[in-house]
Each structure stands twice: as C-alpha cells, then as structure tokens.
Design a protein around this ligand. Sequence first.
Ligand SMILES: Nc1ncnc2c1ncn2[C@@H]1O[C@H](COP(=O)(O)OP(=O)(O)O)[C@@H](O)[C@H]1O
Ligand SMILES: [Mg+2]
Length: 369
Amino acid sequence: MSLLHHTSDDAGLATAAPAVSLRGLTKSFGRDTVVDHLDLDIGKGEFFSLLGPSGCGKTTTLRMIAGFSDPSEGSIMVGGKNVTATPPHRRDVNTVFQSYALFEHLDVRGNVGFGLRRKGIDRRAIGQRVGEALELVQLADRAGSRPAELSGGQRQRVALARALVNRPQVLLLDEPLAALDLKLRRAMQVELKAIQREVDITFLFVTHDQDEALSMSDRIAIMNNGVIEQCGRPEDVYESPTSVFAAGFIGTSNLMPGTYADGSVAVCDGLRIPVPAGHGLGGGEQVSVAVRPEKIWLSELTPDMVRVPGTVVSSSYHGATTQYLVAIAPEVTLTVLEQNLPRMSPEDRWTPGSRVELGWLPEHAVLLR
Ligand SMILES: Nc1ncnc2c1ncn2[C@@H]1O[C@H](COP(=O)(O)OP(=O)(O)O)[C@@H](O)[C@H]1O
Ligand SMILES: [Mg+2]
C-alpha cells in the first residue's frame, strides 16, 4: 500500500518537472546582450524548436544549456535539477552541431561508440548500444565504413547516432540539416521526427527555416534579438501571430497598416478593413491587419466574407498554386495564393490589370499592434 502510494507520487513528480527550464537566462558579450532574460519550459518528450533569423541568439542559448558557455545571469534546470554551474559532461544533454565533425580515421561504429569507450563502459554493452543506435538511424549496414565513404545525409545520421547512443534526457540540435540539399533535408525532417517519437527523448531543435519548424515541432518559440516573441503550437503561431515580426517571419503575411477606429482599420482614404472584436483598442491607435495569402479568395466569395476591391498586378504559376499580387490601395499590395484545381485551365487564371474582388472570413484577419 505504502509502496504503491510512493510510486504514484514519484510518477506525479516526474511528469511535473519540465525537461528543460530556463529562468531569466541572459548572455552578454561586453555591452551586447544577445540572449535577454529568456523564460522557457520544455516538456518531457517534446519536440521543441527555437526559430529565428541568423544572429538572434539561438546557438548562444543552446551553448549555455549544454554548458559550453556560462550565462551572464539566470538559471538552467534539466529534469528538475539546477545545472547552471554543472560542467558539460555532467549534464544529461547531448548536442548535434551544425558541422557534425566526425573522426575520419574511425569507421562508423568507432565514431558512434567513441563517447561510450571514454566512459569506460564494457565492450559488449557498447557493441549492443552502438548496434541499436545504428539500427535507429538506418545505418546498420554501413557500420564498417569510413566517414569519407558516406554521403552528407549519412554523415548526418552518424552524428545523430553518436548523440543518441548516450541516451541523454535532452538532445540539443543546432541546425543539423542546414548543410543538406532541399530534397534530402525534407526526407531527413520526416525521419528525424520519427526517430524522436521512437526514442521519446526531448529534442530542442534550432533552425532558421520556418517550414522545418512548422512541420516537425510540437511547439515553436520565435526568437528575435535575444528575446522570445511568441511561443506556441505550429498552428497557433501561424494562425494567430501576436507581433508583426512573428507574422512576417513565419510564412508570408499581408500586412495592412492603418489607424483603428470603431471596429475597423482605416488603411487609406475610403478603405476600412473590419477586424474581429476583443482587442481592447479605444480608437486612434496605429495598428496592422494581417491576413495570410491562402485565406484570401478571388472567386466564389460568400456573403459572410470581408470584401475589398483590387487590381491584379502580377500572376505567377507555381504548379500546384498560382500566386497573385493584388493592389488594393496605392501603397498596399496583397499576396493571394490560389490552389490550381484539377479542372482549371490557363484561361481561368487572372491576368495583370484585371479588376477583382478579394474576400476573406473576418476571423482570418489578425490585428497586430
Ligand atoms: N563569443 C562571442 N563573442 C561576441 N559576440 C558573440 C559571440 N558569440 C556570439 N556572438 C554574437 O551573439 C549574437 C547571437 O549569435 P548566435 O547565438 O550565434 O546567433 P544564431 O545562432 O541565432 O545565428 C550574434 O550577434 C553574434 O555575433
Ligand atoms: Mg547559430
């Protein structure tokens, strides 16, 4: 009875402690603060992405979590344990770097088992764990190959196996797919996500590629200038951006700046865009309305849509879609993405100069300050 009680208590505690907790995490180089008071909790088993432009502080954040760089301020917890002052090799994390330097003189098996041998683990156990890790990244048949004999994607997998073989609580991945060409990168994204599910290790994945973050992550933190602008599920950050930066960085966003008054935003003389209620604005504020290109319709408008007249400026065919630029005011041009349906012919597409009516559902307009 008491044992049972104890067990359920422990389980409760285990699920309560996040895999990674950052509190006020800050890094300054001289007068430059490049990571600025980050607060973040990453759940156990989560695939969490840190997404932001080059130079926003992603690598610096990972290096502090790994222990390669000391924070200027703040704390880092891994699995509920404060590791802020713990040396890197004593932290339960492993890193896959952007440049996955492999030992060229060792074969694949030797590269993957290297860390375990240094820890003094016995040979049989090493052999088994290396075998499992290679199985996981589908390289079991290349165990005896040298890195020079492998493709870029295979070398990447060796680096991944080398990190996973340590069974860390948290795996830090710093743009691990950036060096691969687009097709291979897409394939590796799917594979990496599947591996993460299988091993159930928390992944903290750094990327500047928004498609990559959207397709792989349970949650995404959008980082800019050392701070997190928005954090949420891919759907949340895409559908409901909370800042102009977030709206512009993830996907393409049509931004219509203007002045708010009485439930709509005056974009220019004679053009008012209605926006959903619940924003708490009084009137006179400078804001922007954002609408995603694929939420805008050019035909088959329904009565519940917001309607705006415009002129097609350009049309470009992308196979599955056609992208239009439509001017709705002298300074405001919207991007509209239309699916090319099976029955459509080239004549069905709008040509530059066409007068059109744009429509979108009121709830697809997001108000940004
Ligand atoms: N050791 C360092 N000394 C001085 N500045 C640095 C150092 N490391 C990084 N920085 C600066 O910190 C900022 C963030 O860098 P980084 O974390 O590498 O960005 P990201 O990985 O998002 O591209 C950059 O402006 C970079 O120049
Ligand atoms: Mg970086």
